[in-house]
Design a protein around this ligand. Structure first.
Ligand SMILES: Cc1cc2nc3c(=O)[nH]c(=O)nc-3n(C[C@H](O)[C@H](O)[C@H](O)COP(=O)(O)OP(=O)(O)OC[C@H]3O[C@@H](n4cnc5c(N)ncnc54)[C@H](O)[C@@H]3O)c2cc1C
Length: 291
C-alpha cells in the first residue's frame, strides 16, 4: 500500500539550533529527514510511521568538509556525491571514496547523506565498513551539547544505536594516518551497480618484512550491524603472512561473523564469501609485501 502524504507533516527550520530546539522540546515527536532516500522509499511503500518530519536538507551547519593536517571532518549533511568528488578524501581515504561511488545511482548520490546512511542502521550499508577501518569518530549534537565517540561504538544492534531522539549526527571525523596503509574494499552484490550488498569487506594494514604490524578489518551484511572484526584482526596482528596465518584468520572470521538468511542471500553463502574476501585481501598484502 502506498503512503498517504496527508498523514504526514513536514517542516523546515532555517538553522541547526532551531532544529535542535524542536527535537529537544518534544523528543521523539519529530523525525529528521535529510536526503530522504530511505524515508521517501518507506513512504512510497506505506511504511513511514513518523507523522512529523523535520528537514535537515541544506542546513549549512551540517554541510561541510573540513581538512586539517591531522584529520578530515565530514558534516552529517554531506552527500555521497560530494564525498566521491573530494580530492583529499580520494587520496587519503580511497575506500570511502569508492564506497560513495557505489551508493545507488548518481542521482541518488546527490541526495543521499552520510548521516542518513549511518542512522538508517542497515547492516548492508556501503559507507560503514570504510568508516570502521579508518577509525572514524562520530559527533552527535543536541540542545544539551555535543559528544564524540568511536563510530565502532555507535551501532548497538539491528537498526539500534546510541543516538538519542533529541540528537543529530553533526559530523564524522577521520584521522589522516592511513594514506600509506595498504587498503582493500570489495562489495559482492547481484550486479555491478545499483545493488544492495550481499557481503562487503574492508581492510587497512601495514606490513613490515612480511609481518602484519597494523590491521583493521570490517564487513557489511555479516551481522546485525556493520562489524569491525577485532578477533580476526587479533589472529593476524604481529604474525608473518603465510598459509597458516591466513587459515587461522579465516577460522577466526568464520567464528566472528553472524550473518542471516534473507531474500538476497543465505547465511552460509555470506560466511563463505566473507572468508574468501579476507583471503583475497591477505593475498594482496602478501604480494605487495614481497614486492
Ligand atoms: C535507488 C536507491 C539505491 C540505493 N543504493 C544504496 C547503496 O548502493 N548502498 C547504500 O549504502 N545505500 C543505498 N541506498 C540507501 C540510501 O540512499 C542511503 O542510506 C542514504 O545515505 C540515506 O541518506 P538520506 O540523507 O537520504 O537519509 P534519509 O532518508 O533522509 O534518512 C535516513 C535516516 O537517517 C536519519 N537521519 C538523516 N540525517 C540525520 C542526521 N544528521 N542526524 C540524525 N539522523 C539523521 C533519518 O531520521 C532517518 O532515520 C539506496 C537508496 C535508493 C533509493
Amino acid at each position: 500500500m502506498r503512503g498517504n502524504p496527508e498523514a504526514h507533516e513536514l517542516i523546515a527550520a532555517p538553522s541547526l539550533s532551531e532544529v535542535l530546539a524542536k527535537l529537544g522540546d518534544a523528543p521523539g515527536t519529530w523525525t529528521p529527514i535529510a536526503g530522504g532516500t530511505e524515508l521517501m522509499v518507506a513512504h512510497a511503500a506505506g511504511r513511514l510511521a513518523s507523522p512529523k518530519l523535520i528537514s535537515l536538507w541544506g542546513l549549512p551547519e551540517l554541510d561541510f568538509i573540513r581538512v586539517t593536517d591531522e584529520s578530515i571532518s565530514i558534516g552529517g549533511g554531506v552527500t555521497f556525491g560530494q564525498i566521491r568528488l573530494h580530492t583529499i578524501i580520494a587520496s587519503d581515504f580511497p575506500l570511502l571514496s569508492l564506497a560513495a561511488s557505489w551508493i545507488g545511482s548518481i542521482a541518488n548520490q546527490n541526495r543521499a547523506t552520510i548521516a542518513g546512511n549511518i542512522v538508517n542502521g542497515s547492516p548492508a550499508a556501503d559507507a560503514p565498513p570504510a568508516l570502521l577501518v579508518y577509525d572514524a569518530e562520530i559527533e552527535l549534537i543536541s540542545q544539551r551539547g555535543s559528544r564524540r565517540l568511536p563510530y565502532a561504538n555507535f551501532h548497538l544492534g539491528y537498526k539500534q544505536s546510541v543516538l538519542q531522539p533529541d540528537e543529530l549526527v553533526l559530523a564524522l571525523h577521520l584521522p589522516r594516518r592511513f594514506a600509506k596503509h595498504k587498503q582493500y574494499l570489495r562489495k559482492v552484490g547481484t550486479r555491478k551497480a545499483m545493488a544492495i550488498t550481499k557481503v562487503a569487506l574492508a581492510g587497512t594494514a601495514t606490513i613490515d618484512d612480511g609481518m602484519v604490524t597494523q590491521i583493521r578489518i570490517a564487513a557489511a551484511s555479516v551481522a546485525d550491524r556493520p562489524l569491525r572484526m577485532t578477533n580476526t584482526e587479533t589472529a593476524l596482528l604481529g604474525k608473518k603472512l603465510s598459509t597458516e596465518t591466513n587459515q587461522a584468520a579465516r577460522i577466526a572470521l568464520l567464528k566472528e561473523v553472524k550473518p542471516i538468511d534473507d531474500i538476497r542471500s543465505t547465511a552460509a553463502y555470506r560466511s563463505h564469501v566473507a572468508a574468501n574476501l579476507l583471503d583475497e585481501f591477505l593475498n594482496e598484502l602478501s604480494r605487495e609485501g614481497s614486492s
